[in-house]
Write a protein that binds this ligand. Structure first.
Ligand SMILES: [Zn+2]
Length: 208
């Protein structure tokens, strides 16, 4: 069984992906980990990737595809779970040309909830401890529990930036869903606006 999990930033899809991989014994391919492993391996593809990422550039579809293809080659015959890939319709079409995706899990969270979840994330610039003003607030507002440093927010996590990420997410993800629908791949729509355990229960029920 090969699955793809899709969800906006802050949807908790990474956590769900880990659980799904464990429960169904699938090899979990997160794009971030796959990229890091490729760069650490010093392979030619990894080096090409590193040059682009170090410059903060956008990795072209062809290179993303090659890196993924290279990474999954040694798992032929095993079930795979893709998390963060495919990110564009062209990537989805490429993946479909090298293996069969049996199902897509789409974890949905409203834009409003995504902005709320992400813009409540803060971190300590001194010790890197992560906070969340809703779910994991510091003892004293705006200060690190460990060293008292003033907490900061990543630029990417500020509400305007999150809105922009969501615009991009919708623009790219909706065509991917349509692509899979046309290809006859089952789309499992799961609400991400419930406790983590309940989201996972729904996923298990959907997958059977
Ligand atoms: Zn700290």
């Amino acid at each position: 069984m090969n699955l793809v999990i899709i969800g906006p930033p802050g949807s908790g899809k990474g956590t769900q992906a880990e659980r799904i991989a464990e429960h169904y014994q699938l090899k979990h391919f997160s794009t971030g980990d796959t990229f890091r492993a490729a760069m650490a391996s010093n392979s030619e593809l990894g080096n090409q990737l590193k040059i682009i990422i170090d410059k903060g550039g956008l990795v072209p579809d062809e290179l993303v595809n090659e890196v993924i293809k290279d990474a999954i080659e040694k798992y032929e015959g095993e079930g795979l779970l893709f998390d963060g890939y495919p990110r564009t319709q062209a990537q989805a079409a490429f993946l479909q040309s090298i293996l069969t995706v049996d199902g897509v899990i789409s974890v949905s969270v409203s834009d409003e909830e995504v902005v709320k979840r992400i813009s409540s994330r803060y971190f300590c610039p001194q010790c890197s401890k992560a906070y969340n003003t809703v779910t994991l607030p510091p003892k004293q507002a705006g200060k690190c529990d460990v060293d008292g440093a003033r907490l900061q927010q990543r630029g990417d996590d500020k509400p305007e930036a999150v809105q922009q990420r969501l615009v991009e997410y919708h623009a790219k993800t909706e065509p991917i869903i349509r692509f899979y629908e046309k290809a006859g791949v089952k789309i499992h729509s799961i609400s991400g606006e419930q406790p983590i355990d309940d989201v996972f229960e729904d996923i298990k029920q959907a997958l059977g």
